[in-house]
Design a protein around this ligand. Structure first.
Ligand code: HDD
Length: 700
């Protein structure tokens, strides 16, 4: 599905074989063609099965290879999905960096992006409440550059030395390995209380950001502060941001919970299907840049990963685009074996003294040793597209064969010297450092509440109520009163009303005072409501069209055609998956439609919208079908756009049956709950139905 073969895809094709190559025959790993891969060599006859022979090299090899298929899963971010794509620049950032990938607007840099959840193991569900990983490997002409980010711009801790603690506390508890892929347990919230620095991040974690509708609809943040150095040797601090063209969208919690059971691979499939169907997900790439001279201009430390750089003060400069356009050929060798490392930077890009980043630079390359072994950078997915030459040698599973009689530098042949700046060598920024050795953090690192409040204040009222409900859910799952009582008290440092409402829900003392004076400030870019799609679109949205025998074929066909024309993915749902016949047709007279699913096989949660075409008999059947009514009610409860035409209008109105819900008697009606009906207008033409589809669009 590539939009042209990138340098990395071409590189990978050298080691790719095709299982569908008709000329191939099964061989052993040592290349010998096998005649039978089903029966172990044994002493046997037609009448008797005798013992198996240990001498069988083929059987032993097959079992032995299987026994060792698993490698350790990632210690965090074990569950994930990846895709290939390209990075392009529409504006050069040459004023702040010399990096080719950020200055050469004619380049197409191949990328591999892996999305992930943090806490769950490899087989856990996609839609759990969790931070999402957003790790990008840029295969640049100057070497690999990795941005190992998340979909939230801040982190739980300030110093890398705390990472094992925060992860231990979030992962299943040590005595019984419960719960899986959940932050809703005592240890997680105990940690949050014990670390005031985590307050800002846990507020984000309780927002809708941690239940994204799709990987394609979340932002990506480098989180840490990096540096950029330009040709003149001037250095700037920088944050990296990706904003999705489809806008930022989330589930409501009830949907996320249900989908975790109904389709644990929901996000994985969503990404795969979008790329296969040619709807390539895209992100604008931006940088927030600060000259070194402004490092101390803020009331927070710009090197503190628990703080955002408010956009109002440090605007985002969007300079590039990231597109995903190709699914991997094989999960294990690509998505599982890809290994990111914050320490991978290219000339023009560097680190800062951010104490989280500096620790990460050690941890990533270190962890790959347990997962993949010392030669992990030689694995095809991890190999740069530019030449690699050095005197690092040997180690388990070394692939590269290097010719020559010396393996050290300098040597008498002066062969393979380090590069000069002109040759593209990496220059370390000559920073002047003075200080005392101490295990401490600077003063500004000790303020932990201002931005937690800033975030909460900046949310819309419905986002705030989601935060309340999320905290209510999470703390309800903590059975230690010390944990939920302390935590609700902590909330009174942010917002007393929130603290009181949470305490009311989860039990324990109701906080009585605002523990810290509020600043009541808001900032741009924190509420996800600020990120609608760049262009309104329903492309790749999944729409269920519910029919039964006797459906209105004109309406059905027009709706389906209109949705497909708009790039949406219509699915026909009916009481059975055998053929369904239109009004006035039956087995003997009509061809019938084969539904994609029956009503019990799928649920409304797995679709963005539900539409019911008319047809008296069809609607009568659906009315009597409890599951069909549930489809409509559930979709309505999840605030989804619902469409109904002709006879189906009253059915939908009765199903949602919301007291005080005003339906106008006029023709096309779009009411404020996102229910679109057309009772008076029978959609005899394609155009009329398109109008209805357009109305629905506004609510997705
Ligand atoms: Fe990390 C994986 C993101 C802090 C140590 N991390 C990992 C992945 C992402 C992040 C997206 C998955 C990469 C993949 O898809 O293979 N991590 C972050 C962000 C952080 C962060 C945004 C805060 C800014 N991480 C962090 C710290 C440490 C680690 C402070 C250790 C001191 N992270 C790891 C790790 C992992 C990892 C243990 C597990 C698998 C891997 O690295 O390759 O080394």
């Amino acid at each position: 599905m590539s939009s042209g073969q990138s340098a990395k895809v071409a590189d990978l094709s050298k080691v790719t074989k095709d299982v569908f190559d008709k000329n191939n025959r099964i061989t052993s790993d040592f290349g010998v063609k096998q005649t039978n891969t089903d029966d172990w060599l044994k002493v046997a006859s037609e009448d008797k099965t005798g013992p198996m022979l240990l001498e069988d090299p083929f059987a032993r090899e097959k079992i032995h290879r299987f026994d060792h298929e698993r490698i350790p899963e990632r210690v965090v971010h074990a569950r994930g999905s990846g895709a290939f794509g390209k990075f392009t620049l529409f504006e050069s950032a040459a004023d702040v960096t010399s990096a080719g990938v950020l200055t050469d607007t004619s380049r197409e840099t191949p990328v591999f992006l892996r999305f992930s959840t943090v806490l769950g193991s490899r087989g856990s569900a996609d839609t759990v409440r969790d931070v999402r990983g957003f790790a990008v490997k840029f295969y640049t002409e100057e070497g690999n550059w990795d941005i190992v980010g998340n979909n939230i711009p801040v982190f739980f801790i300030q110093d890398a030395m705390k990472f094992p603690d925060v992860i231990h506390a979030g992962k299943p508890e040590p005595h019984n390995e419960i719960p899986q892929a959940q932050s809703a347990h005592n240890n997680f919230w105990d940690f949050q209380y014990m670390h005031t620095e985590a307050t800002h991040m846990f507020m984000w974690a309780m927002s809708d950001r941690t239940i994204p509708r799709s990987y394609r609809m979340m932002q990506g943040f480098g989180v840490n502060t990096y540096t950029l150095t330009n040709d003149k040797g001037e250095r700037h601090f920088v944050k990296f941001i990706f904003t999705p063209e489809l806008g930022v969208h989330s589930f409501v919690w009830d949907e996320a919970l249900k989908i975790a059971g109904q389709d644990p691979d929901f996000h994985r499939k969503d990404l795969w299907t979008a790329i296969e169907s040619g709807a390539f997900p895209k992100w604008k790439f931006g940088i927030q840049v600060l000259p070194e001279s402004r490092e101390h201009d803020f009331d927070f430390d710009i090197l503190d990963a628990t703080k955002v750089w408010p956009e109002d003060e440090i605007p985002i400069r969007y300079i590039g685009q990231l597109e995903l356009n190709r699914n991997p050929d094989e999960f294990f060798t690509q998505t599982e074996q890809v290994a990111f490392c914050t320490g991978h930077v290219v000339p023009g890009i560097g680190f800062s003294d951010d104490p989280l980043l500096q620790g990460r630079n050690f941890s990533y390359s270190d962890t790959q040793l347990s997962r993949l072994g010392i030669n992990w950078q030689e694995l095809p997915i991890n190999k740069p597209v530019c030449p690699v030459m050095n005197f690092n040698r040997d180690g388990a599973m070394r692939h590269t064969i290097t010719k020559g009689t010396v393996n050290y530098w300098p040597n008498r042949y002066e062969t393979q010297p380090p590069a000069t700046k002109e040759e593209g060598g990496y220059l370390d920024y000559p920073e002047k450092i003075a200080g005392i050795k101490a295990r401490m953090r600077s003063k500004k690192f000790r303020e932990h509440y201002n931005q937690a409040e800033l975030f909460y204040n900046s949310l819309s009222s419905h986002e705030q109520s989601h935060v309340l409900n999320a905290l209510g859910f999470e703390l309800d799952h903590c059975d230690d009163p010390l944990v939920y009582t302390r935590l609700t008290e902590r909330l009174s440092f942010i917002d007393l009303k929130l603290a009181q409402d949470v305490a009311e829900m989860v039990g324990g003392d109701i906080p009585q005072e605002q523990k810290r004076p509020k600043h009541n400030k808001k900032a741009k870019g924190l509420s996800q409501t600020e990120f609608p799609p760049f262009e309104p679109t329903i492309a790749t949205r999944q729409i269920a069209i519910i029919i039964a025998d006797g459906y209105d074929a004109v309406a059905y066909n027009a709706i389906k055609a209109a949705l497909s024309a708009a790039g949406a993915l219509p699915f026909t749902i009916a009481p059975r998956r055998n053929k369904i016949y239109a009004e006035g047709k039956d087995k003997s007279t009509g061809k019938g439609v084969v539904p994609d699913h029956h009503l019990e096989g799928m649920r409304s949660t797995l679709f963005d919208s539900v539409i019911v075409p008319g047809g008296a008999k069809s609607v009568e059947t659906l009315r009597k079908n409890g599951r069909a009514v549930h489809w409509i009610r559930e979709a309505f409860g999840h605030l989804k756009a619902i469409g109904a035409v002709g006879d189906a209008v009253q059915f939908v109105r009765d199903a949602v049956d919301l007291p005080g819900m005003a339906f106008s008697e006029s023709a096309d009606v779009v009411d404020s709950y996102g229910v679109v009906t057309a009772s008076q207008v029978h959609p005899q033409s394609f155009k009329e139905t398109l109008q209805i589809a357009k109305g629905a669009k506004e609510f997705m």
